[in-house]
Design a protein around this ligand. Structure first.
Ligand code: F6P
Length: 439
């Protein structure tokens, strides 16, 4: 599979944008810090703490190939999950199949229940033929409220409408209610390695189980990740794209670039941006540190966000995701400067124009350029970002692999559903009539 990619950081360097960029001395000044961060990360890897770095070497895909065969006669797939338990499968599916695949496929239509929004769940349940639907419920902890709630609703519908509904359910869970239900009721069950964090789990059964049933070449995903790993293990920062991009983001973060914008110039990578948002935000937002991830899709967000990036606070670093070849293209006719150009030429010229206008205003930006977007190059991109996030966590001296703060909200939600009030639970009122405006 064609897989040429490159990481271009020219427009983040002093030589291009002066003091707003990474100074030639900056990397030299922190080379010990970089080496210590690299060594700490690989010490964790040797201590078996970073399962995501082992996932990519899994050779035996038999269970996934068997699941793929098993899924052959189903016409619909519903995936139920939250955060890292669904964003990965969603972004791979959309990156490879396209954003309107459901509308034109004669194969399986896939729906993602990734929220506790009753309208979404209601609509999806009325779009599918339950008898022909394979349902994946995915939760590493097995206790995420939204996932459990959606699964109980869907399971109830299956149970009341079809015989032997057990055959329509696949569970991916290590513990909690979901695993208990799977063991008690006899659903197909996959594990997630305990040392793989949720937002780093797309190349575990969390992603590979459902993706193997959606016509995704999971072997090529892993091949791309493995080839990227060869580079990401390199101690030489000038040959290691993940380490270099982490160091650039780190140096510029320390110069006030507290916002990291990811700007794919292809619609198929919008959901990759949503996956990146959790990866970068939830991994790094610790101890008062963190770089806010923002996703903008080119060229359309030039018409909504670019003014801010160009003339607003100088607090951003922009990463372009550029794909050179598209699955299809269309020629523009009967216009002046557009005439005779393909639509892709317009899109890619806009990416170059946006890059140039940001650079001319000394807004630091880097580009990841992919020849064509397929499972192999997507596997490279996924692993690049997982390693970049891991390196960035070490540079920031925080634990990139937990998310302790979010547990508060979950506890409060559980107690609210048990009848407690916010005031009882937190001691403060979130509704004071002195601060309300009817509108
Ligand atoms: O896979 P689980 O355990 O359902 O968790 C779902 C998501 O919720 C979080 O724990 C945050 O609440 C994420 O880290 C995780 O990806």
């Amino acid at each position: 599979m064609k897989g040429k990619c490159l990481f271009n950081y020219t427009n983040a360097m002093e030589k291009t944008i002066g003091n707003d960029g990474v100074l030639s001395t900056d990397i030299e000044h922190i080379k010990n810090e970089i080496e210590e961060s690299y060594n700490r990360l690989f010490k964790k890897y040797e201590n078996k703490e970073l399962g995501f770095m082992d996932l990519i070497y899994q050779k035996d895909l038999t269970t996934y190939n068997e699941l793929k065969k098993y899924s052959k006669d189903f016409e619909y797939i519903i995936i139920i999950g939250m955060g890292g338990s669904i964003l990965g499968a969603q972004m791979v599916y959309e990156a490879i199949k396209g954003i309107y695949y459901n509308e034109h496929t004669t194969n399986k239509k896939v729906y993602f229940l990734d929220n506790s929004d009753p309208e979404k769940t209601f609509e999806v349940l009325n779009l599918v033929d339950l008898e022909k639907t394979l349902v994946f419920a995915i939760s590493k902890s097995g206790n995420t409220a939204e996932t459990i709630a959606n699964f109980l609703i869907v399971r109830d519908r299956l149970k009341n409408n079809i015989k032997n509904y057990v055959k329509n359910i696949v569970i991916v869970a290590n513990d909690g209610m979901l695993r208990e239900m799977a063991e008690k009721e006899g659903y197909m069950l996959f594990d997630v390695p305990k040392n793989v964090g949720g937002r780093f789990s797309v190349l575990s059964a969390v992603g590979l189980a459902p993706l193997s049933c959606m016509g995704i070449n999971i072997e090529m995903l892993l091949n791309g990740a493995r080839d990227m790993d060869k580079l990401c293990k390199n101690k030489d920062i000038f040959k290691n794209p993940a380490l270099m991009n982490a160091v650039i983001h780190y140096i510029l973060y320390n110069k006030g670039k507290t916002v990291a914008v990811l700007m794919p110039y292809i619609e198929r990578l919008h959901k990759f941006g949503m996956w990146y948002r959790q990866l970068w935000g939830e991994s790094l937002g610790k101890d008062g540190k963190g770089q806010t991830p923002v996703v903008s899709v080119g060229a359309k967000d030039q018409h909504s966000q670019l003014q801010l990036y160009l003339e607003g606070p100088k607090d951003k670093i922009i990463t372009f995701l550029r794909v050179n070849k598209f699955k299809n293209d269309l020629i523009i006719k009967n216009s002046n400067y557009l005439s005779g150009h393909n639509l892709s030429e317009l899109l890619l010229s806009e990416q170059e124009g946006t890059e140039a206008s940001l650079t001319s205003r000394n807004v630091p930006n880097v580009s990841i350029v992919i020849d064509e977007l397929n499972e192999y190059t997507l596997g490279k991109l996924i692993y690049l970002y997982e390693m970049q996030t891991a390196f960035m966590g070490e540079l920031l001296k925080i634990n990139a692999f937990n998310q302790p703060a979010v547990e508060d909200g979950k506890r409060i939600t559980r107690e609210l559903l048990r009848g407690k009030s916010i005031e009882e639970l937190t001691g403060f009122k979130s509704y004071d009539k002195n601060y309300i405006i009817e509108m």
